[in-house]
Design a protein around this ligand. Sequence first.
Ligand SMILES: [Zn+2]
Length: 730
Amino acid sequence: MPPNIPTHYAHHDGSSLLIGNRWVERAFSARVGEPFITSSFVNKTSNRDYVRTDRDYARAGSREFCFSIDGNEITGNDFALERIEIHDERDPIEIVAHLQTKELKENSQSSPSSLISLDLHFLIYSDHPVIRKWLVIENRGDQTIHVTDLDWEDLQLLVDSAASAEVWSDYFTRRNKSIIVTMDDCALLVNDTLHHEGFILATEAPGPLKRMNVYGQPGRIAIGLNRDDETIFERVLAPGEKFQTPASFILPFAHPIPQDVIEHEYAHFVEKYLTVCDVAQVPTISLNTWVPFLSHLDSDLVLKQINLAAELGVDAYQIDDGWYDRLGDWNTNDLKFPNGMEEIAEHCHARGMRFGLWMTVAAVDEASGVAREHPEWIARDRNGQPNRHPAPGTITMCLDSSYFDFILDKIDSVINRYGVELLKLDFSSVRNVYEPGRYPGCFATNHTHPSANDSHLRIVERLFDLIRAIKQRHPRCLIDVTYELYGVMDGTDLALIQVADQNWFTNITSPNEVNFRREVYQRGRVTRPWTLNFGGTVLEHPNAKTYGIFSAFAAHGLFWGDLESLDEDLRQHYKRWFAWAKEQRAHSDFYRYYQCSDIFPVPDGVSSRDYRHMIPAARFGTRPLGIHPPAFDPSSQHPGEFWDGVARLDERGEGPIFVFRPGASFSPYFQLRIPWVNRDTHYHVTNATRNTDVGTFTGAALSDQGIELHIAQPLDALVIVLRQVDNMTG
Ligand SMILES: [Zn+2]
């Protein structure tokens, strides 16, 4: 494109506003005193306008946004444009449209003094096909108002016809004609099968507050906050108060393989603007104590394990649950660790390993000092009883109370005392994922939140404030938020990864590697794979040697196991592979990349998310046993029938490709096409599992014909490594 044409732009001529870049242009009717509404959304690659006004199904027209004030619905049509601000000296350009409520409707039941001002914020980037949007709602009246049923994006947006439109949900792995998702997906893809184009819709709303509606009404898409599932959104605004909504974005594409858009345009944007964790900070090999030791830890055991871990080349050793006296007090258990956690941390540090620890944020022991001294901070259910996590004897404190300052100081002092560099934060805060419907939010009346529904988002916002405050004080410490703390079974999303480094999003252990590869396959393309902690391959399990450890390398090397139970051969084996992973990362950091295109299928394991969609035992009045009741069993076995895998190649087409033959697979052969290379370059391919050369190929041959792979037995895996021929020293 000629250099004098700006790469991204925003123009307001008094009657319309245009914002765009090389790939996308969104136009608005924008006359002062009139509604400010999107009038076109053009995919510039195809030149098609997705805002349809010429069809019956679109006759409602776009509303731009929609929410209720004290139960009365208002939309973009109820507001008038005041002025537009454009900050075009920046990249991204920021556009703010200031709106005011129009004269009040005759029949409105809302207070005559209700007056709302709204700022619509848009960002347009020079180098990404993305328009991002959020709202700031301000109560300018003299009465308190209740904001509910909020969609800050509400458009008629359809490529062509409903007949050719499909919506990809469940982390881009299921096709639907329409869908309303709460809690689970943070991104959906609309694909037009006739024109091979469409758009990705992504929300940055957090955890259980997410909601997206695509074609629940004909042609309409809406992105907002949860209104119909347990943690329902409400924001009570006193006069003068403001509320900033989360953001969302729309990314149009024109491409015959939508998976490639997910893995390129979408992934690049998410990595650059929405991922706080620097991949270079992620340890190559982490070991966590939870399996097989659970809480049964003591210093003799842990010191021996640390020595063995150091010999294997483990980079980070993390003590999970079981090291403290009481949740909430956070002193070391002297009976188990007579010389304190200091001894354990020093032992790790002296061997060149990072020291990691587990804590809870909101769950405390009923017998802890804080629970006894500050019952006023306890999160309450609708009957006034304490909210609970299913671990016996624990109650949940409300982060939207002064408990916030208490726990921030506690976590801060624990990190300081032991030099913690990997902090796993666990258990319930906004809801207990194991007992759906039982403890949503907080009904206490003496906390900051004015209502129970108002507590849902506020508790998540306080959790994020807490993590930001910890990170500011301890920039070297990786903060890991578990799905239990976040409040969504197997949940991760674009809100979490903007705040926390990592997300322990599920507990899947050997021999269920195909299940966790499925989970990583889904989430590793929606959020970046190095942000995902997933449980772990158990190193002493018979599957672990190749199948298990390569499954972990599909995300990053996170392991469980009793290292004393490994024989010398197995130790040498792991030592070699851990060193191999470090060499690969040093050449080009394969943890950054995750490619499947339309080559690798979704691993056909069980998604533990599916269990959440089953009818939970609690609905039958049965109290679930333990923290993994049968209705949510994440370790259900399914051996998998179809070969799967992941390529982790850099921009030059160099790096490893992991390929798996699952337990119920009949075929020992798989023809692997490799399209993630430069067609004109020559590549040398080695089989790192067998230490053999596969051969030298042009990129075109790898891409068009591929190579035949052989794995003799099920439950085995291999890794091939690609290098450009003139770059083979790496
Ligand atoms: Zn509360």
